[in-house]
Ligand binder design. Structure first.
Ligand code: ADP
Length: 160
């Protein structure tokens, strides 16, 4: 049977670390849907449309990857779309507590669900969207950290 997974996140903006996780997921699963969360409670640098557009642009060369919006509870999305697998990335031990809590809570709400964790390449282990936003806000060079389409958009944003 064809195996589909979702990779949910804020992607504010998508980084090379996210992209590394996406490429690994696309090899493991037949089909991978990157789910860009709306984040009503969180102020984001890029709005939903921008975050979606940047993920689409960064993943356009990976044929089995699609991009969609997550506008509800993740487990509701999974049930509605009959998807069981969730992909998440792990960096350092510091990610573990939060990821463990999320995975356990979600599997309580939807026992058929399975969370699959992958590690990104060692060179991205420190990389986060917040670090990229911080560097960009001081006009630092983010070219090693984010895909090409993100560099242009970050430059256009007036952050401070
Ligand atoms: P969220 O707000 O849900 O944490 P993010 O966009 O920050 O969304 O991250 C989505 C997922 O990608 C999380 O599982 C996070 O741990 C993972 N991730 C982010 N950056 C990296 C990276 N550099 N290496 C591996 N995983 C990462």
């Amino acid at each position: 049977m064809k195996k589909t997974a979702v990779y949910p996140g804020t992607f504010d903006p998508i980084t090379n670390g996210h992209l590394d996780v996406i490429r690994r997921g696309a090899e493991i699963f037949d089909s991978l849907i990157v789910l860009v969360a709306i984040r009503k409670e969180k102020h984001t640098l890029f709005n939903l449309e921008e975050r979606l557009e940047l993920v689409k642009c960064a993943t356009k060369d990976i044929p089995n990857v699609q991009v969609a919006t997550l506008d509800k509870l993740l487990v509701e999305y999974l049930k509605e779309n009959k998807i069981r697998f969730v992909l998440r990335g792990l960096r350092a031990v510091s990610d573990f507590d939060y990821e463990f809590q999320m995975a356990l809570t979600n599997s309580t709400l939807y026992p058929e669900m399975e969370t699959v964790f992958v590690m990104s390449s060692g060179k991205y282990i420190f990389l986060s969207s917040s670090l990229v936003r911080e560097i960009a806000s001081y006009k630092g060079d983010v070219s090693g950290f984010v895909p090409g389409c993100v560099i242009k958009k970050l430059k256009k944003k007036v952050i401070r």
